[in-house]
Ligand binder design. Structure first.
Ligand SMILES: [Zn+2]
Ligand SMILES: [Zn+2]
Length: 125
């Protein structure tokens, strides 16, 4: 008989953010796996599957956008700066609301068309 169960090391551990170099502790309630920095939302490409830490890439994963599910839950879209893979990660309970808002609003600050086309035109022109 085995004396102890296999322990899976997920992301419940302290890590240093690859981008802002802040030491990030596990979340207080312990129910969410933390896979990104709550301050700048950056991550690191370490997993092939969530929590397995088996990727050899290790490059920074940049937060490039927000995905909203049908139930209203937010996820962050991360793109690896090394290999280009895209991943969806649920937001954490203590992620910076300011950083999340800035990320979500980013496309609105860089419109690919002039805003005047929507506001100044109208049906009379
Ligand atoms: Zn950070
Ligand atoms: Zn990568």
């Amino acid at each position: 008989m085995s004396r102890r169960a296999v322990t899976y090391h997920t992301t419940q551990e302290t890590f240093v953010c690859i981008k802002c170099a802040i030491t990030v502790a596990p979340p207080e309630n312990g129910t969410h796996n933390r896979n990104h920095c709550p301050y700048c939302l950056s991550s690191r490409h370490v997993d092939l599957r969530p929590g397995d830490r088996r990727s050899g890439c290790r490059a920074e994963m940049e937060a490039i956008g927000v995905h909203v599910q049908a139930d209203g839950e937010w996820s962050i879209i991360h793109r690896c700066t090394g290999c280009g893979i895209l991943k969806l990660n649920r937001i954490g309970p203590d992620d910076s609301e300011r950083a999340l808002l800035a990320l979500a609003a980013r496309p609105l600050t860089r419109l690919p068309f002039p805003l005047e086309a929507l506001t100044a035109g109208g049906v009379n022109q």
